[in-house]
Design a protein around this ligand. Sequence first.
Ligand code: HEM
Length: 413
Amino acid sequence: MSRVELADLDFFSPEVQECPFHVYRQLQDEAPIWQVPNANVFVVTRYNDIREIIRDPARFSSSFSALLNTGSTNEEVNAIYAEGYEMVETLLTQDPPRHRVYRNLVNKVFSNKRIEGMRGDIEAIAGELIDLWINDDEVDLLNRFCVPLPIYVIADQLGVPRSELPLIKKWSDASASRLGRLADDKQQIQNAKDIVEFQHYFADLIDQMRGNPQDNIISDLANNTIDDGRLLTKPEALGMIQQILVAGNETSTASIAGGVVLLIQNPDQQVKLREQPELISSAVEEILRLETPTTGMWRRATQDTEIDGVEVPEGSFLMVRFAAGNRDESVFPGGGELKVDRDNADNHLAFGQGAHFCLGAQLARTELQVALTALLQRTDNWGLVSGKNPLTHSPNVLLRGLTDLHISFDKIR
Ligand code: HEM
């Protein structure tokens, strides 16, 4: 791939986002802390620089919500949001020490014990989904496996009936699209409608759970207390639920789908994994490293500072590009290749690090291990169905996921 003129690089354009790897490499070589021309935005692509930034919340704040939900220029969009609940900073866009208050609460809700206890349920969900198409010769794997699996898992945990899957998917897509900021006016209006609908649905559910506590995440969020023993306000609870939905669905779907494509494109690695199923944990880390569904995240410089010799003025925004750091050759030699037994794959940055380390990392790892194991055990001879796999990704500057995945296969059992 030819090198681009950095002065002309439109990093956040859909074209670069679709095919970013040569750009990441060039930035790492030539301008690892690259300032977007005429903007107070820096793109950070080297592994060690990204780590330094995300482990130092005092210097690099997560208070970047201005980038996510500045009022739209479209009056209709703003009028729709006015019918919903205000956004408050809880997890992703909150800094320590306040962040810790909310994080402690959700850490309890997402306890290791609860997640380990879910493995059997996730296996059952994977099995039921595969049963629906196992006697066919090909399947729309994205929509009949990768999308529903994490949604069923989270819907069960949120205490939402599985029949509401299309609603959950719609709300999660709308929130992800809003976060990605590449939506046109029509899409923004639809996103606003969907998000406000989501807020009212869960606000009602919170009221129900307050009257009748149950063993699920919404009930815990509705009834656990913070500060001096008060319940969460509705905007606080809704903010967290929304983050759990978006963070947990698109990303897990993208990694299962991307993992299958990687195993198809690297048949020797697929054979190795089939012959040594105990490699599944390291294979999953390697897939997370290469796919990096949360391609990057924002930070804001709280002071004039310097990284890697580059001066970054106070108030600048930094795009820490996890997807680039995860292919940094100085940490992961042959970083563009899949090696299911790579010994340091789990040093990847796909879940971030530090205070904001992904709340759902253990759940996502469990989902991926279960999903890929089930597919490998029950099907063989995977192929990409010709004419149905453009291998393109949804346009989004923060999240990356395939738009389609149709595979052919043979049934094993
Ligand atoms: C493969 C799947 C996933 C990936 C790649 C992923 C990635 C990430 C990353 C990179 C961050 C850190 C953001 C930052 O540093 O600013 C993060 C945070 C977060 N993730 Fe995940 N995630 C995944 C699955 C999940 C799941 C399943 C859930 C919940 C069910 C979840 C919930 C969250 C939440 C709530 C945060 C914010 C945590 C905080 O700010 O304290 N994620 N995730």
